[in-house]
Structures are given as C-alpha cells and as structure tokens.
Design a protein around this ligand. Structure first.
Ligand code: FHN
Length: 448
C-alpha cells in the first residue's frame, strides 16, 4: 500500500512537470479555415441531429439500474480483463445502417453523431491501433461505422464521431482521473503514449470514412481537477483533425468555456445558459451551439428505463434550443442486437411528422430577435421571424419586437394573425390552441 502511494506521488510529480510544459496547449491561437466557417453555417442550418450511444455496454443494459448504461464498467467496478469478455459475444447481426439512417432522415435529422469509442475504451470501428475493436474482437467482424458512413452518404446525412478522451481500458491512460478506478489496470502507464494512440485512432476516423462532419469529444472532465488537466495536447490533436479535414467541426463536451481549436460548443441535457445538471458551468460562447438530450434517462440502452420523454417535451426542447441559437442532438441507445429501440423509433416518427409541418420555423434559422421568454422563443431566417408560443392562455400576446411587421400568419394553416404595433413592440392576437398542438407558431414577415 505504501509502495503504491509512493509510486502514485512520483507519477503525480512527473505529470505535474508535463503539465507546466504543455499548459499552453489549450490556449493556442486558432484561425478557422474558410471550409470550416462554411461547415459551421451548414451545422447551424441543420439544427437537428441524432446521437447514438452504442458499445459493449449495450449488452448489459444497465444491469437493472435505471440511469446506468455506458457507465456500467465504472459503476459496477468491472475489472478491464473481465469487461473484455463482453466482446466475445457481441454480435449485433440485426444492425442495418441503411434502415437506421432512413429512420433518422424521416425524423427530420440532418446529421448523426455516433460513439466511435466511449469511456469503456472499446473501438466500435476497425482500427489497426488495437485488437480491442468490433471488427477483430467480436464474432460480428463488421465495421458498423463504415456501414453507417456509407448509408449517411447515400441518404444525404452528415456523420460526426463521438470520441472519449477518457479511457477505462487502456493501460497508458495513467495517471487515472476521477473515474474508472475499479478497472484494476496496472498502476503505471505512459500518458503521452496514450495520446499518441488516441491521435492515431482519430487519424483513422478522418481518413477512412469519407468526409467527417466533426469530432465530438468527451471525457476531458475526468482530469479537470487533476494535475493532468493541461496535458491533453488539445491544440495538437485539433490541428491534426483540421489538417486532415478542414471542414470537420471540433467540439468538446468538457463543460467549460471552449478552448481555441474548437468549432462548436455543446451543452449536455441543458439549454445553453442553463445549468439544471450542475456541470454546465461554461459561459455561452459565440460558437455554434448544440444541446444534447436523452429520450429517457440513459444514453446507452437501458433495459428497465421506461421514463421516455413525450414527443411534445422533446419538440419543445428542440424549439427552445433553436430559440437560443442552438442545435438539438437527440440520443437513442441501440439494442445489443443492432436494432433501434422501438419506443424511440415511434417517437422519432412523430418528431419527423412535426418537423415536416413546422420545419421552416427551425431549419436554417438562428436565434430570433426577442430573447427567450416565459411563454416561448423566437427564431429568425432572413426577413422572417417565427414566434413559438409554448404556454400562454390569453388571446393577446405582447412581443417586445421593435420592427415594422408587414404581415403575420399562423404557421398551422397560414391564416392571418391580427397584429397591433406599439411603441415598445407588437401585440398578436393568437389563434386558439388546437388539442395536441405542442407549439403555436406565428410567422412574421418583416417589412423591408
Ligand atoms: O459520461 C458521458 C456520458 O456517458 C454521455 O456520453 C454524455 C453525452 O453527452 N457525456 C458524458 C458526460 O458528460
């Protein structure tokens, strides 16, 4: 025990030296390329994506614990050598990338973000950097990311790869951060060798799967309050990504204000600027924004978590995000056999139906001229402003919009909406809400 502690202290001291040498990493200058700036515009226009958490953990389905799925290795303290056994029988033969993408497209999604590697450390793609990957270590032997990339190309959706910087399996992820201590890995490892491994995997992802819309990093926070905090070589890794694919957008779910080299900022289960989760403490930046949300309480598949959010709730979150100039990334955790959860497919169908009717108030818009209000939000595309009303029981609604409005119509059926200009804004006479109308939308055409 004493020896362990001594080794730990030595490791920390050595790591601290590394930190001071590399602390500047996260402050490096960055000028996005023209391709990257164009991709940011595309991203903001796209507004809606599907998030997929799929890995070895999917087979355990949270093992009877609601809210646990992709964290099961950590939460159940499963040693890495035992966890590896999950690969031996991971055989998702019902996986059909084309069917997945058709479902996502019908839902109105414009892009997909899938876990290439989650904290468990297992590569869900055919990497040459380790045998601990789906093509080499499982009876499945296929590369689902290659199949998904192909299907996305075919159906016109863009593909992002989620990549966990935190790794509970790799022995060079050392010193450990705040999690993964039950994995029983050797008490030694070379941090820089781990980062080389990570960068080699990223290089594969950016050279063998066609155009990649972006890399969605996660796990930085594992070393947030440790001496390894500044040792991720972020600037170098981001530069690698941008040199391989200049348009690829880099985002990092570190929950702090973005670092140079990042192209968008994400918020986990919170609207930008809110912090109900307790960890969304970073200031909202000027970068494109994205809110990620679960359909129940879990990211990966959970066997007993039936707390599915209603389509109404999810649509309102999507609209509330759009009104805050943010994309909405809606998660589903596929089953271990490769199918999508039926409950989620049903919800996605309804989301798609809503977006088919109301998409013009979301796609291609930016946060509107009136900041979010207790009654709802506004979005804007050119000379059109969309007033999204969630909860308002009076017929008159005052909107503090100081602009000349040429006309107002209900998006539901294009019927005119009465409008009165006041010195401090406009007053709308709202159409009566319809049963099951989740958002009442009024389209305002601004005068030239
Ligand atoms: O720990 C992960 C979690 O499993 C999941 O991937 C979410 C998605 O935003 N992010 C992390 C927590 O910040």
């Amino acid at each position: 025990m004493r020896l362990c502690r001594h080794v730990w202290v030595m490791a920390v001291v050595l790591a601290a030296a590394a930190v001071s040498a590399s602390a500047a990493d996260e402050r490096g200058a960055y000028t996005p390329s023209p391709e990257n700036l164009a991709a940011r515009e595309w991203f903001q226009d796209a507004k809606f994506g599907i998030f997929l958490h799929w890995g070895l953990y999917s087979q355990l389905g949270g093992a009877g614990n609601p809210g646990i799925a992709e964290w099961i290795m950590n939460d159940a303290n499963i040693p890495a050598k035992h966890y590896e056994r999950l690969a031996r029988f991971f055989n998702p033969t019902a996986f059909d990338a084309d069917a997945w993408v058709r479902t996502f497209k019908a839902a109105g999604a414009r892009y997909v973000t899938i876990t290439a590697k989650h904290h468990e450390g297992f590569a869900m793609f055919a990497t040459r950097t380790t045998n601990y990957n789906i093509a080499d270590a499982t009876p499945f032997k296929r590369d689902p990311l290659a199949e998904l990339a192909e299907a996305c190309r075919k159906h016109g959706l863009k593909l992002f790869f989620y990549y966990s910087q935190l790794d509970w399996h790799h022995t060079d992820y050392f010193p450990l951060g705040e999690t993964g201590h039950g994995a029983e890995r050797p008490f030694a490892g070379e941090w820089d060798r781990y980062i080389d491994y990570q960068d080699a995997q990223l290089k594969e992802l950016l050279t063998r799967y066609g155009p990649v819309a972006g890399i969605w990093f996660d796990g930085w926070w594992d070393q947030k309050d440790t001496v390894m905090r500044g040792s991720w070589r972020l600037a170098q890794t981001y530069q690698l990504i941008h040199s391989l694919q200049p348009a690829a957008l880099v985002g990092n779910n570190h929950h702090v204000t973005p670092f140079p080299g990042e192209d968008f900022q994400m918020f986990e289960r919170d609207l930008p600027g809110e912090n109900t989760m307790g960890f969304n403490t970073g200031a909202v930046s000027n970068l494109p924004l994205e809110m990620a949300e679960t359909m129940n309480g879990s990211w990966g598949f959970n066997l007993i978590d039936d707390q599915f959010k209603s389509t109404r709730t999810l649509i309102r979150s999507l609209v509330a995000a759009a009104g805050r100039n943010s994309n909405f990334l809606l998660n589903t955790g596929p089953l271990p056999n490769g199918e999508l959860q039926a409950e989620n497919v049903a919800t996605l169908r309804e989301v798609g139906e809503w977006l088919t009717r109301n998409g013009e108030s979301v796609y291609g818009t930016r946060g509107g001229p009136v900041s979010p209000r207790p009654w709802g939000v506004t979005t804007q595309a050119g000379k059109r402003v969309y007033v999204h009303v969630f909860d308002w029981s009076d017929s008159q609604l005052f909107v503090p919009l100081r602009a000349k409005v040429a006309g107002a119509r209900s998006l539901r059926n294009s019927s005119p909406v009465a409008i009165r200009h006041r010195s401090d804004g406009i007053e709308l006479t709202l159409p009566e809400p319809l049963p099951n109308e989740w958002v009442r939308i009024v389209r305002l055409d601004l005068a030239e």
